[in-house]
Structures are given as structure tokens and as C-alpha cells.
Design a protein around this ligand. Structure first.
Ligand SMILES: [Zn+2]
Length: 317
């Protein structure tokens, strides 16, 4: 009976959290460097923001096979395929630029632990008490179990680095969404450590998923919007499934199936572009809907403009 109760809790959690992702009416709020807590020392050594590893047939082939469970769970062969194309890179670059996330490093299928350790030392935006304990453990994990072999798209807040192995803009935006979430946190180490408390990851993951979905709804065409729902809902559901203690795995599988169904239901609500809009569907709106910088010494609420996607195109609010 416990299992049934767990499963019901799981479904409820999933429906409650997932139903609020990326409401088109709420628009999208761009991040601003003036509201971030960042390390100048880290920014100074970041250099080229997006780097990629050299293709290696055997290593990437192993990684592709190791990533088969992810391909099945998210039902997408691009998951952990260790072959990220120029479009995914460009979509990620646009997100980082439009959100002014200039000290984030992105490694596209790249293994560079030397630079990761250097970034850990330079990231003064995280307190040393957390950086040289939990942070060091996480970077040691990345060093010993290379993502190039074992996959695992993730964001490391201690090095402020996105590690990407899947060729999907939606997954890339989600990981960058974590970077944006952390950028505005003052107590980054504590916020990262809280992730270890059971159930808490649901909050962090909701922040990143909500940002990614709101971004795609405000700035991209219906095909990309549907893709984001189809991937990010079941991806979120994996965290809901993991949050429920069920050694049989039934709750996990159930949550993922509900995530797929919910994602597909949401993507079916997205209307096609009218013919006249299709001509210019690849033209992205300018990121004018940014949180404006507050004048110094003022307590005034920042003024925002928001981009909203509707059937007839994009509008500013
Ligand atoms: Zn995540």
C-alpha cells in the first residue's frame, strides 16, 4: 500500500510542478549581469566561453552506448550522443549572451579537468568552505569519471561550468538555466549543498526547466517549443521519480511515463505559425526584454519588459 501512496504522491508532485512550467502569459525575464554575484577572477580566466572536445571515435562510441538508457528514458536518440552540432552550440551561445552570463564556461563533449580545477580555485563567488569540500569532491568526480565516457549533462556551480554531451538545444538551455539560477544567488555553496537533501532537487530543477521553457516560448518557433516540452517534461519527471523512495523502480517508470504524456499534451496545445509568420520564423526577436539595471542607491523595483509569443508572433509587454 505504501507503494501505491508513493506513486500517488509522485503523480501529484509531477502534475502540480509541471503544469506551471513556461506559462506563455508570464513571458520571459532575461537575466542581467548587474544582478549577478560573480567572480572577476573567474571571468578573467574564462577566455573562449564555449569549447568542444576533439571527436574520438572509440571514446565517443563507448559514450554513445553507455548513454543508451538516457536515450530510452527520454525517447530521443540525441541524448548523450557525444556529437553536438553547430545549431545546438549557436542556441546555447545566444542564451548565454542574451542573459549576460559571461563567466560561464561550456564544455561540449570536452574533458579538461586541469582547467576545471583552475576554475574551482578562481571562483571566489562561492565561499572557500564549500568550494574546497563539496566543490572539490564534485570536480574530483568529474576528473575520475569523465563525462566523455559516462555522459551526464550537468552544470557545476563550483566551477561555473556547463558540461554537455547531448545534442539538444532544450537540454543545453536547461543546463544554462541552472547557471542563470546560481548566478543570482548570493549563497551559492549553501544553495548547491541543499541539492543533496532529498526532494530539494525538485526546486532547483524546476527553476532551470521553467527558465528554459519560458525562453523557448518567448523567442523560438513552435517546432522548438514542442521539442522543449517533449524533452524537458519527462526529464523533470525523472527527478520526481527519484524523489520517491521505491526500490522496485515502478514509481520512477510511472513518473517518466506521466512526464512524456504531459509533455506531449502541452506540445499539442502549441498552435502552428500562421503562413505570413513562417517566412520570418527563423528571425529571432532582439533581447530587449531585459531587467533594466537599477540606478545606484535606489530601492526602486527594476522595470521589466517581457516578450510574449502569441499566435500572431512576438509582442513586447
Ligand atoms: Zn537540471
Amino acid at each position: 500500500m505504501d507503494r501505491q501512496r508513493d506513486f500517488r504522491t509522485c503523480l501529484l508532485l509531477l502534475v502540480l510542478t509541471a503544469s506551471s512550467f513556461g506559462c506563455a502569459s508570464s513571458g520571459y525575464r532575461y537575466g542581467s549581469a548587474s544582478h549577478y554575484y560573480t567572480s572577476q577572477e573567474l571571468a578573467d580566466i574564462t577566455g573562449q566561453q564555449i569549447e568542444r572536445g576533439k571527436p574520438r571515435k572509440f571514446v565517443d562510441g563507448f559514450g554513445w552506448i553507455w548513454g543508451i538508457p538516457s536515450k530510452i528514458i527520454l525517447w530521443d536518440r540525441r541524448m548523450e550522443n557525444h556529437d553536438i552540432d553547430a545549431q545546438t552550440e549557436a542556441e546555447l551561445a545566444a542564451y548565454l549572451q542574451e542573459n549576460e552570463l559571461s563567466s560561464v564556461k561550456v564544455r561540449l563533449n570536452q574533458y579538461n579537468p586541469r582547467d576545471d580545477w583552475r576554475r574551482l580555485v578562481a571562483n571566489k563567488a562561492v565561499g572557500p568552505g564549500w568550494r574546497y569540500t563539496l566543490g572539490a569532491v564534485l570536480v574530483a568526480g568529474e576528473t575520475i569519471f569523465p563525462g566523455r565516457l559516462f555522459g551526464g549533462d550537468h552544470y557545476n556551480p563550483f566551477t561555473n561550468t556547463v558540461h554537455l554531451y547531448s545534442n539538444s538545444p532544450a537540454i543545453a538551455w536547461h543546463e544554462a538555466g541552472h547557471a542563470k539560477d546560481f548566478a543570482r544567488r548570493k549563497w551559492k555553496g549553501t544553495y548547491a549543498a541543499a541539492y543533496l537533501i532529498p526532494g530539494v532537487p525538485l526546486y532547483h530543477e524546476a527553476q532551470a526547466t521553467n527558465d528554459a521553457i519560458s525562453y523557448v516560448m518567448a523567442t523560438r518557433d513552435p517546432a522548438m517549443q514542442r521539442e522543449a516540452y517533449n524533452l524537458l517534461y519527462p526529464a523533470y519527471a525523472t527527478y520526481v521519480g527519484s524523489a520517491v523512495s521505491d526500490p522496485t523502480g515502478i514509481a520512477y517508470v510511472g513518473a517518466v511515463l506521466v512526464g512524456h504524456a504531459a509533455g506531449r499534451w502541452k506540445s499539442r496545445q502549441i498552435p502552428d505559425l500562421p503562413p505570413e509568420a513562417r517566412i520570418s520564423q527563423n528571425r529571432m526577436p532582439q533581447p530587449s526584454n531585459r531587467i533594466s539595471a537599477q540606478p545606484s542607491g535606489s530601492d526602486a523595483e527594476p522595470q521589466t519588459q517581457q516578450a510574449v509569443y502569441s499566435d500572431s508572433g512576438y509582442s513586447q509587454q
